[in-house]
Design a protein around this ligand. Structure first.
Ligand code: A3P
Length: 332
């Protein structure tokens, strides 16, 4: 069952009602834990990394959604990079031919910036986003109930992608170990991180709240929220790309299909292609995160190499109880 919504869940409201250094004051009242050396803060039932909490509040307060905006929402390590590349390519296919795609010279995260960092840095927490051509596409890891209210209220669309939690957990641990700069703590043991994960503690956890929030929003309004699974994209990318394009409002014409455009876009955005492009092989993405760390194996079921049968059983039981009656199933 989803937690009952806290009336203070509107960051804008929380900030407006606070005195001067509202951010620090608010932070001090909230529960915090360390996850693999990363401080997390619990707000509205969700564990946000403290380093981006200020930007999250700024995005919540200042972001003005347009009806033409498209928001990509994900739990980290669920296919964000892949979806950013696909969505950018679908929306801009009439602007850039495939062989001149900006993906050849830039990372998917630069082309589709995250709403809660890069876009709303604290020193520039009310940037002018008006000049960005439509459709503006932003990524976010915020749970549905913590999205800026205007995203839920306006007619802009949301695409959510999730991944079976076993693989998502394993991917998160590897990603964290790849990006340890600025962290003093020893790397977390997998058992400890796993226990925390099962208690809902991980960046943007609990995973079940995030998934259920978007699942219910999708059931309520499928025209507003498209719900995708990483495993389905792996299984049949062509039909998923068609579905994504239709939902975004940029369906492929018969002529484009016959020209093989869907295959060309899927090919450009495939793991093999993206991970071998120069901008994704070197450099940092968001100041401290290595661009290459967004690409590891890109497989379904890699968890079997890291989790014991007992650990897998525990997560499966957790999924059964949390997702009971929702109709949600995952291929593991
Ligand atoms: P693994 O660690 O299991 O390999 P995110 O983009 O949300 O941070 O997720 C990263 C995960 O997606 C990593 O999973 C990464 O390898 C995988 N990934 C990145 N690009 C991909 C692509 N084009 N196709 C499939 N998987 C991809």
């Amino acid at each position: 069952m989803e937690e009952k919504e806290d009336p203070k869940c509107s960051y804008a409201q929380a900030l407006d009602n606070s005195p001067k250094d509202e951010f620090q004051e608010l932070l001090q009242t909230l529960e915090q834990v360390s996850w693999d050396g990363v401080p997390l803060v619990k707000y509205c039932g969700c564990w946000f990394p403290v380093w981006m909490f200020r930007q999250i509040l700024a995005a919540q307060k200042h972001y003005k959604a347009k009806d033409t905006d498209i928001i990509l929402s994900t739990l980290p390590k669920s296919g964000t990079t892949w979806m950013k590349a696909l969505m950018f390519s679908i929306a801009n296919r009439h602007v850039f031919p495939i062989d001149q795609s900006p993906l050849l010279t830039s990372t998917p995260h630069k082309l589709v910036p995250p709403l809660e960092f890069d876009t709303f840095w604290e020193q520039d927490n009310n940037p002018d986003l008006e000049a960005i051509p439509s459709p503006r596409i932003f990524g976010t890891h915020m749970h549905f109930k913590t999205l800026p209210e205007c995203i839920r209220e306006r007619n802009c669309k949301i695409i959510y992608i999730c991944r079976n939690p076993l693989d998502q957990f394993v991917s998160q641990i590897h990603f964290s170990s790849q990006n340890r700069s600025g962290r003093d703590a020893d790397p977390v043991a997998i058992d400890e991180a796993f226990n925390m994960y099962c208690q809902g503690i991980s960046p943007y956890g609990p995973f079940w709240d995030d998934i259920l929030g978007y699942w219910n929003a999708h059931l309520e309004n499928p025209g507003k929220v498209l719900f995708l699974k990483y495993e389905d994209l792996k299984e049949d990318i062509t039909s998923q790309v068609k579905k994504i394009a239709e939902f975004m409002g940029f369906p492929f014409s018969l002529e484009e299909e016959e020209q093989g455009l869907i295959d060309q876009i899927s090919g450009l955005c495939s793991f093999e292609s993206l991970s071998n492009l120069a901008p994704n092989k070197t450099g940092d993405n968001n100041r401290t995160v290595k661009s290459s760390s967004f690409f590891r194996k890109g497989q379904v079921g890699d968890w079997t190499n890291y989790l014991t049968p007992a650990m897998a059983e525990r997560i499966k039981n957790l999924m059964d109880s949390k997702f009971e009656g929702s109709g949600l199933m995952f291929k593991t």
